[in-house]
Design a protein around this ligand. Structure first.
Ligand code: DMJ
Length: 464
């Protein structure tokens, strides 16, 4: 994959001349003992939360950390928490805990369940989790499980457009749910591509590519897309363009798909898309950078409502080499975090009000600060992450683990720990605090939208 190597080298080595000096300067400014103690703290809190899941929720999808009970997504559990937690436990070298999950997956997990599941959600958590488990363990039986699961998702893609339905039945392959948002339509390239790479069967990547292309083909003359689509007719159900929750990871997977698989068509789609985003969605309010909602056909302003998922975008911009927008946007998000002490799920940057003030232990702002810290070495990004960790400990910690917050204005807690707290939030915290050690090779991996790391391969195995 010479072209991938070239691009990665371009993005990272181009900056290297500027940043290497900074990395040295700034990392020496960070006290190693301080970083070590933060990393040890995150690791021990991960273990404490994992033990709570084990004690109160083992065999179920998620922990309810206040009532010390559990919650399943569907009638029958798919054990989503352990599958999502594995890559974080492994990177933290919690080998026994990771090995236990590996054994559970190979010996006890059976996906032949007559149950409808949400295609997008299980793709990023279960398929992505199993594939990174395979890459991190080398255990072929895990790959077999991942392939079995991937095959069960495939009937969802057999629509007129190639965009998957919202639901698929894991046993019968029946599908339902013709209306999906763009993230649900086009967040498959990484998981399906990695499955194709390891099984040497291109069918998965082809399906994922067809779904993402179906979105791009329906762009307006401005190069913008809507946010909700009918998977059979291909008609836009909502023509509002944005990068917020409901669209976010579609864009993320264009650049990441290119970097991971060297697919030049994805690069072109990303480049055209980002031009349209910067031209029509970029906004400034009180000197802060935000991305608004606009009509996909006219580019006219629709709303200044943003979601905390949007904080994924600085990380995506870093991968594309756009550090100027990445750092400005991170500053905006950091300002919002500090306004409340945690960030609200939905916020209107023009009115300064939150219409949905929950914080569900989400990782995006930490993820972006981590990418910026790793690539620029600037100490202020490390300090941002440290601040986020301190707030999470202050407001979300419970007797046995961590919980979501119902309202960041009052800090009233909910009783739910989402699976991505294990997969993403704790991982990005830990990777920031251990970054100086260079144990995890950032430049050799691409993280899925659920923070499962996939290795960039040098060998030219084609998935497209
Ligand atoms: C995660 O499940 C994924 O990152 C998804 O793409 C959107 N965000 C949530 C966590 O906030």
């Amino acid at each position: 994959m010479k072209h991938i190597t070239k691009f990665v080298l371009f993005v990272f080595l181009l900056q290297a001349c500027n940043y290497n000096a900074q990395i040295k300067d700034n990392s020496s400014a960070i006290e190693i003992d301080h970083a070590d103690s933060l990393a040890a703290d995150v690791k021990s809190e991960m273990l404490r939360s994992w033990n709570a899941y084990n004690q109160f929720a083992w065999g179920h999808d998620a922990l309810k950390p206040i009532s010390k009970s559990h919650q399943d997504w569907y009638e029958r559990s798919l054990s989503i928490s352990p599958i999502d937690a594995y890559s974080t436990l492994k990177l933290m070298k919690l080998e026994n805990e990771a090995y236990e999950i590996e054994n559970f997956v190979t010996d006890s997990l059976d996906f032949n369940i007559n149950q409808f599941v949400k295609v997008f959600e299980v793709n990023i958590r279960i398929l992505g989790g199993l594939l990174s488990m395979y890459e991190l363990s080398g255990n072929k039986k895990i790959l077999e499980k991942a392939e079995d699961f991937g095959k069960r998702l495939m009937p969802a893609f057999e629509t007129k457009t190639g965009i998957p339905t919202y639901w698929v039945n894991l046993e019968t392959g029946e599908r339902k749910g013709d209306t999906v948002n763009v993230a649900e339509a086009g967040t498959y390239l990484l998981e399906m591509g990695i499955l194709s790479r390891h099984t040497k069967d291109p069918v998965y990547y082809e399906a994922a590519k067809k779904a993402s292309s179906a979105i791009f083909e329906r762009r307006s003359e401005l190069g913008l897309i809507g946010d909700v689509i009918d998977v059979e007719s291909g008609e836009w159900v909502s023509e509002v363009s944005h990068i917020c929750a409901g669209v976010d990871s579609y864009y993320e997977y264009l650049i990441k798909g290119y970097l991971l698989f060297g697919d030049k068509e994805l690069k072109k789609v990303w480049e055209e898309s980002i031009l349209a985003i910067q031209k029509h969605l970029k906004d400034k309010h009180e000197n802060r950078l935000w991305y608004k909602r606009a009509d996909m056909y006219t580019g006219e302003w629709v709303s200044s409502r943003i979601t905390l998922y949007d904080a994924f975008f600085p990380a995506t911009l870093v991968l594309a080499g756009d550090f100027a927008h990445a750092s400005q946007l991170q500053d905006s998000w950091n300002w919002l975090w500090n306004k409340y002490g945690l960030e609200p799920m939905v916020y209107d940057y023009a009115t300064g009000e939150s219409s949905y003030p929950a914080y569900d232990l989400n990782p995006e702002i930490i993820e972006s600060a981590y990418y910026l810290y790793h690539t620029t070495g600037e100490k202020r990004y490390f300090e941002m992450v440290e601040n986020y960790w301190r707030s999470i400990k202050k407001y979300c910690k419970t007797e046995v683990a961590y919980t979501s917050v119902k309202d960041v204005r009052t800090m009233e807690q909910k009783d739910y720990m989402p699976t991505f707290f294990f997969a993403e939030t704790m991982k990005y915290l830990y990777l920031t605090f251990t970054d100086y050690k260079e144990e995890f090779k950032f430049d050799e991996h691409i993280f899925s939208t659920e923070a499962h790391p996939f290795k960039i391969s040098d060998s030219p195995e084609a998935v497209h």
